[in-house]
Design a protein around this ligand. Structure first.
Ligand SMILES: Nc1ncnc2c1ncn2[C@@H]1O[C@H](COP(=O)(O)OP(=O)(O)OP(=O)(O)O)[C@@H](O)[C@H]1O
Length: 226
């Protein structure tokens, strides 16, 4: 369970999120809101990439402020631009990198790499340079690199923004098929249709929190009122 208690985030004088109180227990959670409303800031709080200015964020009881190392194992993070996430020139090396960092043994690294390459249809690319992959394949490689570290939660920050329709569908299916809890920040509202819960961000707070149909209706109405 993810728990936000009186969370505030400020950058210098500017408050981005204020008095956020939340418990997230669902498996598919969508985050929407206008540009600059604090969605990425919220996402980065979830695995301790960012500490709250005030209040507390815990994941399964672990405080993100003090348990950063454990948290980053528990909560994986997929960035919007896979080029920022892919660090090794060769596909299979990139997938192995995070697992090596965690000290996983060679046999597990080999098995997880094989499984994830097969799952995302990347087996033929395993020894190719990562930058030869298409945008969608790169996003799948970025997801692969996180999945193999066996996190229990995965946060996606705008995973389909850079993709064409075919690759959007591929990534959307990849997210739908995950066993893990997924928290997805997106402007792609179609991605959230089958989600369990959607949070709408605005004015430093959550302006709607409901099932997708209700929350997204609220969001669309709020945007049209501008
Ligand atoms: N490190 C930082 N220092 C100062 N201000 C920041 C920093 N990071 C984000 N901000 C500001 O915080 C606000 C919220 O940013 P955030 O990236 O969380 O919004 P967002 O909802 O994800 O936006 P978008 O939909 O455009 O990606 C913005 O006004 C942004 O300029």
């Amino acid at each position: 369970m993810i728990n936000f208690k009186s969370v505030k985030v400020s950058y210098q004088e500017k408050t981005i999120l204020d008095d956020i109180n939340l418990q997230l227990t669902e498996r598919r959670i969508g985050i929407v809101g206008s540009n600059g409303s604090g969605k990425s800031t919220f996402a980065r709080l979830l695995n301790g990439l960012l500490a709250p200015t005030e209040g507390q964020v815990t994941v399964d009881g672990l405080d993100t402020r003090t348990e950063g190392k454990k948290l980053r194992r528990k909560v994986g993070f997929v960035f919007q631009n896979p080029d920022n996430q892919i660090v090794f020139p060769i596909v299979e090396e990139d997938i192995a990198f995070g697992m090596k960092n965690l000290g996983m043994d060679k046999a597990t690294i080999a098995r997880n790499t094989e499984e994830v390459l097969a799952r995302y249809d990347l087996l033929d690319h395993r020894t190719h340079p990562s930058h030869f992959l298409s945008g969608g394949q790169k996003q799948l490689l970025a997801i692969s690199g996180v999945l193999v570290m066996e996190p229990e939660y995965i946060v996606f920050d705008e995973p389909t923004t850079l993709l064409d329709l075919r690759n959007k569908i591929r990534v959307s299916r990849a997210i739908a098929a995950l066993e893990q809890t997924a928290i997805v920040v997106t402007h792609d509202l179609d991605l959230l249709t089958d989600f369990d819960r959607v949070l709408v961000f605005g004015d430093q707070r959550i302006i709607a929190d409901d099932i997708p149909a209700v929350a997204l209706k609220h969001y669309k109405e709020a945007m049209q009122g501008v």
